[in-house]
Write a protein that binds this ligand. Structure first.
Ligand code: ADP
Length: 163
């Protein structure tokens, strides 16, 4: 039986912080499904398809990773996949309260799935998709924090918006 985990998120867009967590997760499981959520209630910069495409491009070299999209409750999707665990990343303390609430709620909704929190490398501790978008919009250079395809995609979106 495949020991599978799901790493769900909005990934708007995927950053090297997400990739760091994903790589760590692949060391623990046979397969990690990176699930791009359609219903996070967030106003996203990228469409669901574009977010998934960027995730696929950015993770194509990592073995045993599958990128999918899903809708609805993540615990239901996890069951569908027969996933044994849900991966979430924990950055600075600010993530803790929300992530704990989410993990406890998911446990309430489905006792079959446990959340595993992974901490990224130090340099990604304060990295977020929103910060990235803000800095690129203002003309900053963030090569070390996002894959090249993501940097290009963000620049393209802002170029179109400014036309
Ligand atoms: P969500 O909207 O579900 O929070 P995100 O795409 O923002 O989705 O993040 C998905 C998961 O990855 C979350 O658990 C988040 O805390 C984690 N994450 C995001 N950025 C980083 C980072 N730089 N380092 C570690 N974990 C991160």
């Amino acid at each position: 039986m495949t020991n599978r985990a799901i790493y769900p998120g909005t990934f708007d867009p995927i950053t090297n912080g997400h990739i760091d967590i994903l790589k760590k997760a692949t060391e623990m499981f046979d397969e990690v499904v990176l699930g791009v959520a359609n219903n996070s209630g967030k106003d996203t910069l990228f469409s669901l398809e574009k977010r998934a495409e960027l995730c696929r491009l950015a993770t194509s070299e990592i073995e045993r990773v599958k990128v999918t999209v899903f809708e609805g409750l993540v615990v239901n999707y996890a069951k569908e996949l027969n996933a044994v665990a849900m991966i979430r990343g924990l950055r600075a303390v600010s993530d803790f309260e929300y992530e704990l609430q989410l993990a406890l709620m998911n446990k309430q909704l489905s006792t079959d799935i446990n959340t595993i929190f992974l901490v990224p490398d130090y340099k990604y501790l304060y990295l977020s998709s929103s910060l990235i978008k803000q800095i690129i919009r203002l003309g900053g250079d963030l090569k070390d924090f996002i894959p090249l395809c993501v940097e290009q995609a963000i620049k393209e979106v802002y170029k179109k918006k400014n036309q």
